[in-house]
Design a protein around this ligand. Structure first.
Ligand SMILES: [Zn+2]
Length: 401
């Protein structure tokens, strides 16, 4: 089956000793993945283009002729980059399934009434430059090309410099109306990142997304006074590590209180010496919830109780996927027990960025028996992956007929 061959192709690329993947935007690993995608597109006879952010689009059928005639394409796909030591499925499952679905449609003799596109979004995880969904944010104008170009990675390399090293032209970074005009509908297939379809869930291999939870990132600065760890009496210390530690515990309590989730997952210590009382703790809070109030209340409580200087770095309101499209997908993919299950998600996706830009968008989730994501433990069985390809094939056929 074409799914398995493609999956095996990707398996060694960017694999770290941990067993997880390190596939970051505009690195050597990313170049290998992009080359692989281009080769797959060519093998299927698709026309490959690249937009102003470097996202790759592979079209079956003449998209320019369709747009000239007032029509648009049906697009599917996802991303090939990963978080540090990420799993194999987050992103690649959607790209590989998209290519396999197109191949299945071609093999069946199906002739699409409108072009079908497969996209590989660049830099979805934001692992290198800190902004998630950079590729889709740039082309929709949610992030300006100027801001993107100036983002820096951990080594101080800007995105513009990284693009240049990868043989790309950073001067064209920006909103891309020509590309947006081509997308009539976008469907992203993705591994489920919780247990909504497994565990106590409905036990279906594939579900349909309803909405993406509102989510944001905040920087907390806890100031203190650097001093000697041996000679400074406890009573004389102003140790911000204690304030930070209290904030971590309070974040958990506030999240529980407001039915949200909150995580301090990144922290910097100055001067970061074993024998020095810190002068500054800088920590980043990720907060999300089923409602906007639930997430914002957590941040408000922490701002009040911790005394830290809090800076909002990003905030994304609830993203609801297209209602009629969601119901159409749930009916189309119905199993013996009725329509496919509909579920919300706490994770951001390129599909959410496109939906927020007004493009009719839907997502399909493939069951993940571990419920774990952004870790090598992320998983989907081969049977469920096949069910995902089958669901996506039916979806594309329905939307492009
Ligand atoms: Zn993803």
């Amino acid at each position: 089956m074409s799914f398995e061959r493609r999956w095996a192709d990707l398996e060694p690329i960017g694999r770290a000793n941990s067993g997880g993947y390190r596939r970051f935007a505009w690195t050597r690993e990313d170049a290998v993945l992009r080359e692989w995608f281009a080769g797959e597109a060519q093998a299927l006879g698709l026309d490959l283009t690249q937009d102003r952010a470097g996202n790759q689009w592979a079209w079956w059928g003449s998209i320019d002729a369709a747009v000239a005639a007032g029509d648009r394409g049906v697009v599917t796909g996802s991303h090939l980059d990963s978080v540090p030591d990420g799993g194999a499925f987050d992103g690649p499952l959607g790209v590989v399934s998209a290519l396999a679905a197109v191949e299945a449609l071609q093999a069946s003799g199906f002739v699409p009434a409108r072009p079908i596109g497969v996209v590989n979004f660049v830099d979805e995880e934001g692992a290198r430059f800190g902004v998630a969904c950079a590729g889709s944010r740039i082309i929709t104008g949610a992030m300006t090309g100027e801001r993107a170009a100036g983002l820096r990675d951990g080594d101080g390399v800007t995105m513009a410099e990284a693009l240049r090293s990868a043989g790309q032209d950073p001067s064209i970074l920006g909103r891309d109306d020509e590309t947006l005009l081509r997308i009539g509908t976008f469907i992203e297939l993705h591994v489920e990142q919780g247990l909504a379809l497994a565990g106590d869930g409905p036990q279906a291999p594939v579900g349909v997304a309803s909405a993406i939870w509102p989510h944001g990132r905040w920087r907390f600065d806890f100031a203190g006074e650097a001093n000697h760890a041996g000679t400074t009496r406890l009573a004389d210390r102003h140790d911000p590590m204690l304030d930070y530690a209290r904030a971590v515990l309070e974040a958990r309590e506030a999240a529980t209180r407001h039915n949200a989730v909150a995580t301090f997952g990144k922290v910097q210590v100055e001067p970061n010496g074993v024998n020095a009382i810190p002068s500054l703790i800088r920590a980043w809070l990720d907060a999300r919830g089923p409602t906007e109030a639930s997430a914002l209340d957590v941040v408000q409580d922490l701002t009040r109780s911790t005394g830290a200087v809090v800076t909002e770095e990003s905030w994304t309101a609830t993203t609801s996927f297209d209602g009629p499209l969601r119901d159409r997908l749930a009916a189309l993919l119905a199993g013996p027990d009725g329509p496919a299950p509909i579920l919300g998600t706490g994770a951001g996706h390129d599909a959410g960025i496109l939906a927020a830009a007004g493009i009719p968008t839907g997502m399909l989730f493939v069951r993940n028996p571990t419920g774990i994501s952004h870790s090598p433990a992320e998983f989907a069985t081969l049977d469920d992956c096949r069910a995902g390809v089958e669901a996506l094939t039916r979806t594309l056929k329905d939307l492009a007929s």
